[in-house]
Design a protein around this ligand. Structure first.
Ligand code: SF4
Length: 453
């Protein structure tokens, strides 16, 4: 039983680290708390409740989490402080020892945040974890993580993020996500369709499908990702869908063909490669080789020559010799992709990658990142240049009055509308534009409005 009077009138501060999934979940926490009468603390205002949704993808992420917790505790000395997310799951004991933290919720428990808060505030909370003086921990072992915290929320801009899947069964040797988020699981297509209809009623026009390993969708319900895509495509009020990231071995030819003629799935792909060297891919226990990856890119280009293709690459992982890195560089140089998201490898406790003896030093990691980022810049610039002068549709995002507006084309080219041309009513509207040359900091193409789309 939840007593809403304990929530009413309280002010909450939120802090999120990590991926889109975390941001989407935090935004859902905010929505749930808002429904209970909790408002968001304004800038400089002291909060009664702090929610910190953490990430543990790298050592730096862990460090940032600890810093954020300390800062929020310091700035909100009377607040009830809740820490959840991947770092809270993996390092719950360490988090519970941080001065000022009241409640640590693991990945299985965060779905029941409101219940936990209600119990804590009414003094009926049972303690099933370590109780470090005043801090209570609720966290189950990874294998027991079963809940799915649904989330469909507006990001800080125009787009909505729909969580379609959580967890991962792949256990790549460098990754802690399966330990932090548990095994792959998903809700039913029916429930996701209902969430999207509700978002459409709130005004959503573009939705990004998020998850940890989205292509694995259907394991829990016996459905398939393809079924989900088709069901969502039928919801006419949503004009655009993007898929945040798909493992190459799960990106089916059927899906590529479908996206090329679908009503609302955009010609925009984000595919993690991690390495172009088959030796390294084997060490990582990835589920494909460079040949399969190249075939997928070729297939996308065959159906959608103008698609934006973003690729994740990890540099400096254990076992990446200079020869392996050169193979990766040459592979990516010859691949018709649009942008590289480059991540330096970070050692994670408990991962099997630590058994690989060959270590890459930090200086080499930086040099390799730099070379790949330069390659990425060259590719993105060439892609953007192809569309200068083209007529296309852009979904514009809210901008402060008197500032230029930004938005994206269907194939994810960032577009800038000058402050003179920007209008409040263009927010969340599809507009027909003509693309011009690069803006002053070369992060977008300038545009002139032709008409409403
Ligand atoms: S596919 Fe690999 S890298 Fe991605 S979340 Fe799963 S284990 Fe981690």
């Amino acid at each position: 039983m939840i007593d809403s009077s304990a929530f009413h009138g309280k002010k909450a501060a939120y802090f999120t680290l990590g991926c889109k999934l975390n941001f989407s979940e935090t935004s859902t926490f905010g929505k749930m708390l808002h429904d209970m009468g909790v408002c968001t603390a304004g800038k400089g205002e002291e909060a009664d409740l702090c929610i910190i949704n953490t990430c543990s993808v790298t050592e730096v992420a862990d460090h940032k989490c600890r810093q954020a917790i300390h800062r929020l505790v310091r700035n909100n000395p009377n607040a009830f402080v809740v820490v959840t997310g991947c770092y809270a799951q993996l390092e719950s004991e360490a988090v519970s020892k941080i001065e000022g933290v009241d409640l640590v919720l693991g990945s299985n428990e965060k779905a029941n945040l409101i219940q936990f808060l209600s119990d804590a505030w009414s003094g009926t909370m049972s303690v099933n974890g370590k109780n470090n003086d005043s801090c209570i921990v609720h966290r189950v072992k990874t294998k027991d993580i079963k809940t799915f915290a649904p989330s469909c929320s507006r990001g800080n801009r125009t787009r909505y993020f729909l969580k379609v899947q959580d967890g991962c069964d792949y256990f790549c040797t460098y990754c802690t996500i399966p330990y932090a988020r548990g095994f792959s699981r998903n809700p039913t297509i029916e429930s996701l369709v209902n969430q999207v209809r509700k978002a459409a009623d709130e005004g959503a026009r573009e939705i990004v499908l998020t998850g940890v390993n989205i292509g694995d969708f259907g394991k829990t319900t016996g459905e398939s990702f393809m079924d989900l895509v088709k069901a969502l495509d039928d919801i006419e009020a949503i004009r655009r869908y993007r898929i945040s990231s798909l493992e190459p071995d799960l990106l089916s030819d059927e899906l590529i063909a479908y996206c090329s003629h679908s009503r609302a799935f955009m010609p925009h792909f984000h595919i993690p490669l991690q390495s172009g060297s088959d030796t390294v891919l084997r060490l990582m226990h990835r589920h494909y080789d460079s040949r399969l990856f190249a075939e997928k890119i070729f297939k996308i280009r065959q159906f959608m020559p103008d698609a934006f293709i973003g690729v994740d690459v990890m540099v400096g992982c254990r076992g990446e010799t200079p020869e392996c890195f050169e193979e990766t560089f040459a592979f990516l140089d010859g691949l018709d992709v649009t942008q590289l998201h480059v991540f330096p490898y970070s050692e994670r406790p408990g991962t099997s990658a630590l058994k690989i003896p060959y270590i890459v030093d930090d200086k080499t990691k930086k040099q390799r990142s730099k070379r790949l980022l330069e390659l990425s810049e060259k590719k993105t610039k060439a892609f953007y240049e192809r569309f200068i002068g083209a007529e296309t549709e852009v979904l514009f995002e809210k901008a402060p009055r008197g500032k230029s507006m930004h938005g994206f084309t269907s194939n994810y080219i960032r577009v800038e509308l000058s402050a003179d041309e920007a209008r409040e009513e263009y927010d969340n509207k599809l507009m027909k534009v003509r693309l011009g040359c690069f803006n002053h900091d070369r992060t977008a193409l300038k545009a002139d409005i032709i008409c409403h789309g």
